[in-house]
Write a protein that binds this ligand. Sequence first.
Ligand code: ADP
Ligand code: SF4
Length: 688
Amino acid sequence: MRDPRYDILFEPVQIGPVTARNRFYQVPHCCGMGHRYPDSMAEMRGIKAEGGWAVVCTEEVEIHHTSDLGPYIEGRLWSDQDIPIMAKMADKVHEHGSLAGMELVHNGHHSYNRYSRAVPLSPSDITLDNEDPVHARAMDKQDIADLRRWHRNAALRSREAGFDIVYVYAAHDMTILQHFISRRHNTRTDEYGGSLENRVRLFREVLEDTKEAVGDRCAVAVRLAVDELLGPDGIEASGEGHDIVAMLADIPDLWDVNISGWDNDSQTARFAEEGYQEPYIKFVKSLTSKPVVGVGRYTSPDAMVRVVKQGVMDMIGAARPSIADPFLPKKIEEGRIDDIRECIGCNICVSGDFTMAPIRCTQNPTMGEEWRSGWHPEIIPPAQSEAPVLVVGGGPAGLEAARALGARGLDVALAERSEDWGGRVPKEAALPGLATWKRVTDWRMGQLHKLPNVGLYLASDMTADEVLAFGASQVVLATGSRWRRDGVGKSMHHAFDGGDAGPLMTPDDIMAGRMPSGDGPVVIYDDDGYYMGGVMAEACVAAGLKVVIVTPTSVVSPWTAYTLEQPRIQAKLIEMGVTIHANKVVSTRSGGELRIACTFTGRIETIACNTLVMVAARLPNRELYDAVMARVPEFEAAGIESVQRIGDCLAPATIAAAVHSGHRCARDFGRNVDRDEVPFRRETIMLE
Ligand code: ADP
Ligand code: SF4
């Protein structure tokens, strides 16, 4: 039963000519599916509607081939040919009584146009803001008239596809309407440049065009960056952001407001708390009578109620909380707060877009698998077999396997060597900035405690003898991985010569509470490239140590560019006084000195080093697997039918990959997996 405190979240909201059935609003978000994997996209969005989100929006949808974002995979409405794809999504959303929102975009000088080969457009002659050695050309009056018509046509196509809300989008520093508003990008001297009124002119015209074209049946929303966190160089909530909202106050049917660019809007938990956008957006409601939507990684219903009651926003916007738990609204509605799978704020979901792959999520292993694998986030079919299962290792892979196998009705025993559940998760969550990651363990333990058919055994260090004696017919090994001490990683393929020449540690030592000691700097050699090297540096600085990072890459933690964190990480480390040696590999070490070699020239530089922390590759903990598999002839007598490895003990990867691996193990249980077959459905390209 719903807690009456949350009733306010289930009030309907009128948005122009349409009504949202509650205040839960899935704002537009990328999903790496769009025009390339349209069935996957439609199914995923439909499940959000099923989970109770009253509004479910698309990702950005390109209105014209001059806004070709490929190789990044977004939606497309370039022509009528694209209407059926988008209509499928709208239908899926409507099946569950929700409204479908269409985020139309022209990306201006943010577009690559690699496929269309069109010359990119911009308010001014300007270089593209991406890596291509290409410029956009300044738009003339004909181009402006064209753009307005293209947007209008796309709005009409959205209506034809069945959408209920159509966006006019000026946010994230990557849409042409924001480029026109921005003094940085717009140096025009005609009526579209100069004063704020002139720079807002095109935005206003497109907004009015859209209302005129589809406003009878569709709500017209704006998405506006009200602050760019650039001070006076950009839009500020206390300046132009405020003035734009005041100018257009009641013209749109809904204000979807945020901070720009994307790295500010979708900050990770490492850098921002739940509700971090409130100080910037809270003024908006005072200037308009129309509903206001904002985001801020809200997962707590109490926080949601607070922002509505305080008049910060009318609808709770969410991308990531809806990815981690598509059923978040339903769970609040049904009084199942404990069942909410809270987003941990890691941005693995964002990495899918940057790596041109379908979306994935650390917390929700079914995200992106809804259509192709038929995985529903809340429903898992009962198992046909009654074979008892032993899962060894209570990290993210083992916990998820045990949880999902248990949910299928199987008798499961989960054995963990240590005194704590979660494997790598609680250890990493204790590192600077990663506390929310503990939710990966917390949610799974909460669910496991509700399953009487799952036995939970801590302090159970399993040997091969014990596995054979246990009496389980299916054995799942999730024994994790450990960091290598020898420096072998992405760049160095031989063991480091000098490991014995002084104190040497790995992240495992530091996570176990063994901090470097003694005088002289700690050198962190980061050949992993994701977050661990930077986090180790922060932990050592926090312990009062002088820290140097050596990395073969040109920046620290390069993979975190895909999670929108890299510039913040590098800035933070610099501010903390960490010395960074980029483009260097470790070479030799002796007497408190470490020699590092330039990755381009091989030229050697000598730096002081007390303790060397190797953040290189990891090795799977496969000892138990090997010991068990050495006894295959005894399996029959022991009643063992299968032994498999999952997660990091199969191949070390992200926590998201471990959770997914555990989930797949449970889904595949009892199924004859044909190793020659593609294990999921694929969207194939239609031939003419
Ligand atoms: P993953 O990410 O694949 O889940 P983790 O390293 O997070 O891997 O977790 C692996 C877990 O397995 C750790 O908690 C570890 O203590 C446990 N473990 C490893 N070997 C054994 C064993 N022989 N018996 C019981 N638990 C084990
Ligand atoms: Fe949240 Fe991480 Fe999932 Fe994204 S991947 S929704 S940030 S838990």
